[in-house]
Write a protein that binds this ligand. Structure first.
Ligand code: XMP
Length: 423
């Protein structure tokens, strides 16, 4: 392995991920392991240079009860005691002394080393077998695909399912980048009609999510069944998905089905090369692998796609109007230099019409609603104070170019009380 490793043992802290990030910011690779890991497993981790026991507030409640015996381990061990969370999570000086004086770590955590290590690990895991991947075009699945192509080339088959709810130009971009630029073995499935037929008349957002998620797995399974000798399923699982799981309150407002998230009970073994990366690291990895900025810095897009932005029962005319107005919004944001500066921006269309006037005639058409928000973790969000001239330009274009729309509205509701999406 190219990288030194500092292991964090989760003994009840809620700040494991934050500590791992703090160590990585020092140039040293760090991973979090459950407190149930055996001493032998821990000692066998490649590149292990030191261990941090992380009991969090458990240590305050019961200082002697950290409870993990590390006797016999050949590397230095410390117990992390959080300061306050005003600033740093753990005292910087003490952390640096541990990393560089006690453990003699080198600052060798970087994307080039990560990519090299992952390629070696994946080649060892996969051997001469074949791998399948659901490539949505999102950042995570795109980076996994690019990594695997580098490691095993055509032993990887990517399946891009177009559920008809993608943004304008997305399926074309996925096919172009992966087929033409990366020479991937990519199966493109246009399943739009299947999804839209199933969704016809369905008004409830959670039911829409369920139908889309279930049908996605159905389509993917059908494609997988046509292929011979697939042993592995690659997934774009990333660190935040696993590291703090089970530690949150778990109270869910929306189901947040990730359409690319396939069930673990499929008969394949999993390949998850990004499962130790944070989101910004995934982007850096994509950049280092040569993916275009449009993919690497893509704004978040919900798995059920435009399906939750065409409010109520989805109709094809409103879906097209959402797709077209969203494309105009993105183009105008890019022209105004706002791409990558505003966290998420999109349009949606509610399921009611209003009276207007067009060419001296009464018209009864849909409104388009613009939403543009900033957030750190999507749990709360503020509104981007958009310039009136920009809003005016976007409004003019939507009213002139999008069929069936006679009004444009701007949603200025923060989260809470409004969620980012309307459904
Ligand atoms: P809300 O609407 O809950 O959204 O404030 C927070 C973030 O999550 C995205 N989102 C989803 N992502 N599947 C996803 O993969 C979903 O069903 C889903 N619903 C919302 C939303 O776009 C925002 O970034």
């Amino acid at each position: 392995m190219k990288q030194d490793l500092i292991a964090i043992l989760d003994l009840g802290s809620e700040q494991n991920a934050a500590l791992a990030r703090q160590i990585r910011a020092e140039g040293v690779y760090s991973e979090v392991y459950p407190g149930t890991i055996t001493l032998d497993e821990l000692a066998g981790k490649p590149g292990l240079k030191g261990v941090i026991l992380n009991p969090g507030t458990n240590a305050v409640n019961s200082p002697s009860g950290v409870g993990y015996q590390t006797e016999g381990l050949a590397v230095p061990v410390i117990t992390a005691l959080p300061q306050d969370y005003l600033g740093e999570v753990y005292p910087e000086d003490a952390l640096r002394a541990f990393l560089f004086d006690a453990c003699h770590c080198e600052k060798n955590w970087n994307m080039e080393n990560f990519i090299e290590d992952q390629i070696a690990l994946m080649r060892e895991q996969i051997g001469n077998d074949r791998v399948i991947l659901a490539l949505s075009g999102g950042v995570d699945s795109s980076v996994v695909a690019a990594l695997l192509i580098k490691a095993i080339g055509k032993q990887l088959t990517c399946v891009h399912v177009n559920h008809g709810l993608l943004r304008k130009g997305e399926p074309e971009e996925v096919c172009r980048v992966f087929r033409e630029e990366l020479d991937a073995d990519l199966i493109y499935v246009d399943a739009a009609d299947r999804f839209l037929d199933l969704l016809a008349g369905v008004e409830d957002p959670e039911q829409k999510r369920m139908i889309i998620g279930k049908e996605f797995i159905e389509v993917f399974n059908e494609e997988a069944a046509k292929l011979q000798g697939i042993k592995f399923l690659a997934q774009g699982t990333i660190y935040p998905d696993i590291v703090e799981s089970g530690m949150q309150s778990g109270k869910s407002v929306k189901a947040h089905h990730n359409v690319g998230g396939l069930p673990k009970d499929m008969k394949f073994e999993l390949v998850e090369p990004l499962k130790y990366l944070f989101k910004d690291e995934v982007r850096a990895c994509g950049k280092a692998l040569g993916l275009p900025d449009s993919m690497v810095y893509r704004q978040p897009f919900p798995g059920p796609g435009l399906g939750v932005r065409c409010i109520g029962a989805i109709t094809r005319d409103r879906l097209e109007a959402v797709r077209e107005s969203d494309a105009i919004l993105r183009e105008e944001f890019a022209n105004a230099g706002l791409q990558g500066k505003v966290w998420q921006y999109f349009t949606l269309i509610p399921d009611f019409r209003s009276v207007g006037v067009r060419d001296n005639d009464r018209c009864f058409e849909w409104p388009v609603i613009i939403r543009a928000v900033n957030t750190v973790d999507a749990m709360t969000a503020t509104i981007e104070p958009l310039d009136w001239a920009l809003l005016g330009r976007i409004t003019d274009r939507i009213l002139n170019e999008v069929k069936g729309v006679n009004r444009v509205l701007y949603d200025i509701t923060p989260k809470p009380t409004g969620t980012i999406e309307w459904e």
